[in-house]
Design a binder for this molecule. Structure first.
Ligand SMILES: [Zn+2]
Length: 362
């Protein structure tokens, strides 16, 4: 009888311990704090913004030039704070991480970290000297779990102030463009980045592409992909070549998002590598075009599976700067045109489609 009571007591205490540890785990999870944007304009201050978490007592932010965070500086702020500016830092690459915590009986219970890398431009990178505007840092956000070890560059098309003021070579070998586009066929130079069109509801193309890009970022992170964000707000001082150079350097593929200048809601398509032999023989297009086409095709099939309207066969030949300078698989996707809805629901469909496409490609 006594043995039986002992046995029951042990069972009870085990169950309680289990329940308790589960609840502590869930609590820790609920202190997780996600970055919204991390930006560095003109390589000056780093501005870190995050989503407020109502369950925490405060947030801890660490930053370091080392990925191990060895010797990192630590800042702790209250739960009401959702932004921090790091000033007077050397113009180097920085790793930053954030976590929330709750004070329970005098002790801090921390969530896991969310991490990013603010990357300083490097003039020695391939094609870096072909870019005219490259004053801001691009940022990699790391997936918290189910990590696939792949960085996807997401490029919200347009959104660079004074982009039309400077011109860059359309092709690295200075040969003329083989198709029309925002720059005419036969031109050797084009605006280093254009301002884009305006949707019929009055939203700038740059704002619409950013809305899609942010949703894609969030879904990719959840799916375990790391994301290189080439623009996070209304103005990134990075022209088309600079964005491509960053993607070439860090990403497993480069996807830029656009809306076409037509107003018929004709559907999404891939700006495919033109079938012009001189163009396909030009390096780096020669080494990459099959991969560009495959990525574009998979993204369109992902969009189709997510029930996004597709234009014709989902591809149209366009000679673009991004394609011409890419040394990683690259796709320029027109997710719609000026008439296409950018409601939350529609943007979600587009983003889900792009993520499906990425999964298919890898
Ligand atoms: Zn565009």
């Amino acid at each position: 009888m006594i043995k039986r009571i002992q046995y029951l007591l042990i069972c009870l205490s085990l169950t309680l311990t289990c329940l308790l540890s589960v609840s502590v785990c869930q609590a820790k999870k609920s202190y997780v704090t996600n970055f919204t944007t991390v930006t560095r304009k003109d390589m000056g201050n780093i501005v870190i913004k995050w989503n407020q978490n109502k369950s925490v007592t405060g947030y801890q932010i660490q930053y370091s030039q080392k990925s191990s965070f060895k010797g990192a500086k630590t800042k702790t702020v209250s739960k009401k704070t959702t932004q921090m500016t790091l000033k007077k830092l050397p113009k180097k690459t920085y790793y930053i991480r954030i976590r929330g915590y709750k004070k329970i009986r005098g002790k801090r219970k921390y969530s896991s970290y969310r991490k990013c890398k603010v990357i300083a431009w490097n003039d020695n990178w391939k094609y870096a000297d072909s870019s005219k505007i490259h004053k801001d840092a691009a940022v990699i956000f790391y997936a918290p779990s189910k990590r696939k070890g792949k960085i996807i560059a997401i490029n919200a098309g347009h959104g660079t102030k004074n982009g039309s003021k400077y011109k860059t070579w359309c092709h690295p070998d200075h040969s003329p463009k083989v198709t029309g586009g925002s720059t005419k066929k036969g031109e050797e130079k084009a605006a280093c980045i254009t301002s884009g069109t305006t949707l019929l509801n009055g939203t700038s193309e740059a704002a619409a592409t950013l809305k899609v890009a942010k949703k894609v970022k969030s879904l990719l992170l959840t799916a375990g992909y790391d994301v290189l964000m080439l623009r996070q707000d209304s103005n990134a001082n990075l022209d088309n070549i600079a964005r491509t150079v960053y993607a070439n350097q860090y990403a497993a593929c480069h996807i830029s998002i656009h809306f076409d200048s037509t107003k018929t809601n004709k559907g999404a398509y891939d700006c495919a590598v033109p079938n012009v032999s001189s163009y396909r023989k030009m390096y780096p297009v020669s080494a990459m075009y099959k991969k560009h086409l495959a990525l574009g095709k998979d993204l369109i099939s992902g969009l189709k599976a997510a029930k996004v309207k597709i234009y014709g066969k989902g591809a149209k030949d366009v000679d673009l700067t991004q394609t011409s300078y890419s040394t990683v698989p690259s796709a320029v996707i027109e997710v719609g045109d000026r008439k296409t809805s950018i409601s939350d629901a529609n943007v979600k469909k587009m983003a889900q489609g792009i993520v499906k496409g990425v999964k298919k490609y890898f």
